[in-house]
Design a protein around this ligand. Sequence first.
Ligand SMILES: [Zn+2]
Length: 147
Amino acid sequence: MKMVTITEHKEIESSYVFKVNKTEEDWNKELNADQFYILRKKGTERPFTSEFETQWDGGLYQCAGCGEELFSSDGKFDSGCGWPSFYEAIDKTKIVTKTDETHGMVRTEIMCASCGGHLGHVFDDGPKNKTGLRYCVNGLALKFKKA
Ligand SMILES: [Zn+2]
């Protein structure tokens, strides 16, 4: 069985209350259908469909739900896995984690620490000369702000 990836981020319980706390109805109105499915229903976009996967412009990646800045282009790398990948977040407080045992796997889910939006998962097969982590993020969960 795969071990949970250890990170410096706060591991939360299901009862955790996020700073940005909106009803499902509100999110449904604010987000488009794809974003709602990813961020609020913990969906996964199809691999190799995000424009961000192969984008290398300098800038910041924000949460598509609440606008919080989560990742920088400085921490992005080409993992080839089909989703935008980062080896670190802007700050450890920007992300929270939760153990995800769905689909017969044990994975570490990553969420926006501000609104609880589902981003993707973090794995321990990232660049060894950096953090060793791979934040595998749905492009639909992100907005890009060019530097
Ligand atoms: Zn957010």
